[in-house]
Design a protein. Structure first.
Ligand code: PLP
Length: 487
């Protein structure tokens, strides 16, 4: 039962028509369609009515309802997918879109987005072409592979390879490599989906050559190696390398031939899901450097797949490299059609790969590589600049700003053991608090700023902040927060 006070509030709730005449709402009508504004005002009034009926004694002034409606309207007009300032220090941040693209890749995507393109048109032959042709030669040149295909992402690539070459057969994999990779990619699930029978060998920490050897049988189609990505076994461990797997596969294939296997009977293939897929050895990371695709090919893999937007630093994609006869089968698989890349992604991927033809250029222009390789001293200089930019925007006495040494991460399941030295601006709060500030920066800003909390402070990592415009955005967000919490 509404109390007398609530009944009074319900009676004084403003009419929709009145709110529409409020200055705050009239201003909205200049930019937004009237039916949309009317709907938001009605929703704002309804929401207030429900709160009053729930016993809350709310402010029902016309100005208050108008403000509510304006906030709702602006929230609905704000794009859902939008740019973010990444001050978290995680370079390949899967939640934040993994790799930012190089300027030439952005331009390439933009060029084909707004018009028609040579997507499936061969201008030399003046005939229908293949979308697979645009990146293939570059990938081959950069990895030494004979052929290549790029699809939607590496999960799709793994799925396609397993279903084409191991569907209805057995694929042998070490128990130490049955990993789950962020966002519900699990090797056993992908196996099941591709109808490959998984034969697990070894133990979690140790798998020997003899384990694979025992598992090889007449129905074996593949020896699968999976890069552990975000996970490392430390201590009493052993795994079998590509070279050894190659030798095992060769011996088995020779045995089958000697035993009179029919001509054209499928061979046992060695396939490595490399995850990050480095096209360049990042020597700065020493022992932790991820294996490069070219090295695994030389060591004897028949097929390798890897992501386009992890260490490669391009758009979301999954790339498979290997012998032409294998890649041709993948191109003919209906999954290649279902999982194909669109023109914007292909354009961005081609432009990114082109940068690798000059390794110096790749390091300078591909943001992911640049952020990974930037010397800590240079990051310190940028952190100092960020501190000064923020300090200039804040009223005196609201926070203490220091540049502190910290640890950044490669992210994206790459280089998990690697502590990348970095420098952050540490914001210690005299007014407000880190949690409230983080919420403001993430939830209230048109361009959210993502930092990280440590104890009672907010850390803003300069390694992943892309230039001075982003520094200005961070400063504006902090200034807005401190204006809101007041003196
Ligand atoms: C990241 C990863 C995948 C999934 O790649 P996506 O491009 O995210 O689909 C698969 N396998 C390994 C080993 C990985 O690290």
């Amino acid at each position: 039962m509404p109390t007398e006070a609530s009944r009074e509030l319900l009676r004084s709730l403003p009419q929709v028509e009145e709110v529409l005449r409020a200055p705050r709402v009239e201003a909205l009508l200049a930019d937004l369609p009237r039916p949309f504004v009317v709907e938001t005002v009605r929703n704002a009034v309804d929401a207030l009515r429900r709160r009053i009926l729930d016993g809350e004694l709310c402010d029902v002034s016309e100005a208050r309802v108008a403000e509510d409606a304006a906030v709702r309207a602006l929230a609905l007009t704000r794009p859902s997918l939008r740019r973010v300032v990444n001050a978290s220090g995680v370079i390949v941040h899967t939640n934040l879109g993994r790799s930012p693209l190089a300027p030439t890749a952005v331009k390439a995507a933009l060029d084909v987005a707004g018009g028609y393109s040579t997507l499936e048109y061969d201008t030399d032959r003046m005939a229908r072409g293949s979308r697979h042709a645009h990146c293939e030669r570059l990938i081959c040149a950069l990895t030494g592979a004979e052929a290549a295909i790029a699809v939607n992402n590496n999960a799709a690539a793994v799925m396609m390879v397993l279903s084409e070459f191991a569907g209805g057969h057995e694929a042998v994999v070490s128990r130490g490599e049955l990993v789950e990779i962020g966002g519900s990619f699990r090797i056993p699930d992908i196996m099941a989906l591709s109808r490959a029978a998984m034969v697990e060998v070894g133990t979690t920490n140790k798998t020997h050559e003899a384990d694979y050897e025992r598992a090889l049988g007449p129905n074996t189609a593949m020896l699968l190696k999976v890069h552990p990505s975000n996970y490392r076994l430390i201590g009493f461990t052993e795994s079998v390398g590509v070279r050894e797997l190659r030798a095992l596969a060769d011996a088995e294939n020779a045995r089958r031939k000697a035993a009179g296997a029919p001509a054209g009977a499928p061979d046992v293939l060695v396939y490595e899901d490399q995850g990050s897929g480095a096209l360049m050895r990042l020597d700065a990371f020493g022992a932790y450097a991820e294996p490069a695709v070219a090295e695994s090919l030389r060591a004897g893999c028949d097929l390798i797949s890897f992501s386009g937007d992890k260490l490669l630093g391009g758009p979301q994609a999954g790339i498979v490299v290997g012998a032409k006869r294998h890649i041709d089968r993948l191109k003919a698989n209906p999954l290649a059609r279902a999982l194909r890349l669109d023109k914007m992604t292909l354009a961005a991927l081609e432009a990114t790969l082109r940068l690798y033809l000059e390794p110096e250029r790749a390091l300078a222009e591909i943001p992911t590589l640049r952020m990974l390789a930037e010397p800590a001293e240079d990051v310190r200089v940028r952190a100092e600049k960020l501190r000064d930019t923020v300090a200039a925007a804040l009223p005196a006495g609201c926070a203490k700003l220091d540049v502190v040494e910290e640890v950044a991460r490669a992210g994206g399941g790459a280089l998990p053991m690697c502590d990348i030295p970095t420098f952050c601006v540490r914001v210690a709060f005299s007014r407000g608090d880190a949690l409230g500030c983080e919420r403001h920066l993430v939830s209230e800003r048109a361009v959210p700023v993502v930092g990280r909390l440590k104890k009672d402070a907010l850390l803003l990592d300069a390694r992943t902040v892309l230039g001075e415009d982003e520094m200005d955005e961070i400063a504006a967000g902090l200034a807005e927060y401190f204006a809101e919490v007041g003196a």
